[in-house]
Design a binder for this molecule. Sequence first.
Ligand SMILES: Cc1ncc(COP(=O)(O)O)c(C=O)c1O
Length: 405
Amino acid sequence: MKNLLKEYGSPLYVYNYKVLKDRCNQIANFKNNLEKSLSGIKVSMHYSTKANNNPAILKVVKESGLSVDCMSPLELSLNEKCGFSKENMLYVCNNIDENEMKLVHDKGLLICLDSISQVDTWGKLFPNTDIMVRINPGTAGVGHSEKVITSGKSTKFGVSEENIPELLNIAKKYNINIIGIHQHLGSLFLDDKISNYIAGVKSGLRIVKEYFKNISIIDLGGGFGVPYMPGEKPLNFDLVEQDLAEVLKDFCNEYPTIKEFKFEPGRFIPCEAGKLVGTVTAVKHENGKWWIGTDIGMNQLVRPSMYDSYHEVHIISDNTEKVIANVCGNVCESGDILAKDRELILPSVGDIIVVDNAGAYGYSMASNYTGRCRPAEVMIKNNQHYLIRKRETLDYLEANIVWNN
Ligand SMILES: Cc1ncc(COP(=O)(O)O)c(C=O)c1O
């Protein structure tokens, strides 16, 4: 790790190709098994680009036979450049403006709109077209934090059951054909929440049966979790597949126009392949507590301060003494804490710190807060490492400033 930091600078996102490829294969197997169980119905896996949009990751997704979803013009452009066809891309969006709708329409992607208001805007622009609509199935949802639970009474997403008659009226007004229904219950469930996930799926399917005619696509979103905490077990896809197949088979028997089920796994694919590596910049003992200062601030990995998320951290040091410490970054905010009350080697300034499970919602949520450059990203494949995104520079950060006014 020290060599990598020397070559590419600190901090640094490092991805392991083998782990990434393995997770893609797991999703591809899940797809194949589900397709076998649902004989005759297509199953598509659209990697959710928001988890990590680096083209080196997208290319592994593509070579594994998976599709993608995108949620912004940049994600669309990157997917296109990585060779995904419009049939393999899905635009799943939220509160977008007319220009963005025009872009999606011109590119010929299927769009998934998530409110009656957005369907109205689309209908005015593009009557007589096919769309998908996101519903809110109304169940409690699943997710690692309130902020990523996207079903139930307090979410901003989707059309809830009571408003579906109005949705159908608006669609009729513009002769819009709703060919697909989408739902996403939230981000991150493991085995203990499979039953909640299935309850949410059943709830959505009931709404489809009750209100919609001739739907051919059902998209059940993402949420497939990975273990972050010590002792947590990987998600058992056989169990998910078993429970899902039963529910989906029953549904298909009662709803014969269904041709395809889509899923949108995000986190599961790159999360465990990525580590964020940084440098210890200060060590202090204040008010009875050890503090390990590093160059990994909340701008480089926001999950701990945004969601109170747990990431395993490791110190690489010649020291051996262990202490209970808080690990923090270099941003001037009290909330800039990467790990709380961890038993760690007491490092010296200059030692290395490694953060696990940083491949998803790591770089893609990183920012320039307090004017810091986002790190470089590096891939390791067959024991070789190569740059997949350069570290930002101060010139890059200043490029859009208008000085002469
Ligand atoms: C609409 C939609 N689909 C898919 C995903 C991916 O979810 P996850 O990374 O939990 O698989 C998200 C992320 O929350 C999302 O908002």
